[in-house]
Design a protein around this ligand. Structure first.
Ligand code: ADP
Ligand code: MG
Length: 309
């Protein structure tokens, strides 16, 4: 019995090249585990393989090889149970234009074999803010409403795990906040959340644990805080009293003059102390008017890990 919500072992996906295209190794042996109860961020640039991974979990894309375990159920041995454990909000807005939101939820519940007495379409419509559109045609819904309906559809069978593929790509601030509120509420109720994003602030704000995926491989997987601590990079931002003519030079310190005249000094706090940076500044004859330091943020970690090789 595993405590993981998701466990992936050596997961590979190779798309067969069509019309003379070369085959594409979208996932190159991914090992990953997602703890139950977490908000897990799968972060990576476009084309990294995030949707491929999500769609394999959802049963929409066939893996090439490897083992997928969802809520303790092997996807090959127990396809029905593993499918029931997970609800997926896909990246594309694929909705049948002829169903109303209520109709779409009922059809989805039927597909998942949820008995009529256990359906809670009204509750879900309320949660995603579509009660007043319950009977409108899907084709009359705005993009934001469609996205909310897709979230609702992912929830009809009471899944343990909710997966959201780029839930906030191209949505306005209001909808983004609503989605986040819903996600937090569901997680508070015990649901495991997995989301993909290429917005770093989003992962930084929402996720407890993060995996960074690049070109089909997981390049980092850690708690958010460890990931942020990993790069231990600091930047000292100095506003000099008069324009800088000579850049400070010292081992372990990288100096750069910003176009607004500020001096940036990058260093690793594990090897270089702030006094040494300040000494180098004084050594270059610079008088400090104002100074502050900045920690690495997820952006720095991300860039360092996905820098193309
Ligand atoms: P992400 O969601 O991280 O942007 P995807 O999983 O969509 O990445 O894509 C990963 C790689 O696989 C990309 O190079 C993409 O072009 C390729 N790919 C995705 N779907 C297909 C497909 N159906 N056929 C061929 N190649 C695909
Ligand atoms: Mg994608």
């Amino acid at each position: 019995m595993t405590q993981d919500a998701i466990h992936l072992q050596a997961l590979r996906k190779t798309y067969i090249g069509k019309r003379g295209q070369p085959e594409k190794h979208a996932l190159k042996g991914v090992d990953l585990h997602v703890p139950r109860g977490s908000v897990f961020g799968l972060l990576g640039p476009n084309g990294a393989g995030k949707s491929t991974l999500i769609n394999i979990l959802a049963g929409l894309v066939l893996k090439t090889s490897g083992k997928v375990t969802i809520w303790g159920f092997d996807q090959d041995a127990n396809p029905r149970q593993s499918r029931a454990a997970i609800g997926v909000m896909p990246q594309e807005l694929n909705l049948d234009p002829f169903f109303s939101p209520r109709g779409a939820l009922e059809v989805q519940a039927g597909l998942y074999g949820v008995p009529k007495t256990e359906r809670r379409s009204d509750e879900i419509l309320e949660m995603v803010g579509l009660s007043d559109k319950a009977n409108a045609y899907a084709r009359t819904l705005s993009g934001g409403m469609r996205r909310r309906l897709l979230l609702g559809k992912a929830l009809v069978h009471h899944p343990h795990i909710l997966v959201l593929d780029e839930p906030t790509a191209g949505v306005d601030i209001e909808l983004r906040q609503m989605l986040w509120e819903n996600i937090r509420k569901l997680n508070d109720q015990g649901m495991t959340i997995i989301l993909t994003t290429h917005y770093l602030e989003e992962a930084e704000e929402m996720c407890d644990e993060i995996a960074i995926i690049n070109q089909g491989s997981v390049v980092a997987r850690d708690t958010k805080n460890n990931l942020l601590g990993r790069l231990d990079a600091k930047t000292m931002v100095v506003h000099p009293d008069s324009p800088v003519t000579v850049l400070p030079q010292a081992p372990g310190i990288e100096a750069e003059l910003r176009s607004d005249g500020a001096l940036l000094l990058r260093y690793q706090s594990r090897v270089t102390r702030a006094e040494q940076v300040l000494a180098a500044i004084h050594g270059a004859g610079i008088t400090i008017r104002d100074v502050k330091t900045e920690e690495a943020d997820l952006q720095d970690v991300f860039l360092a890990l996905t820098a193309s090789t």
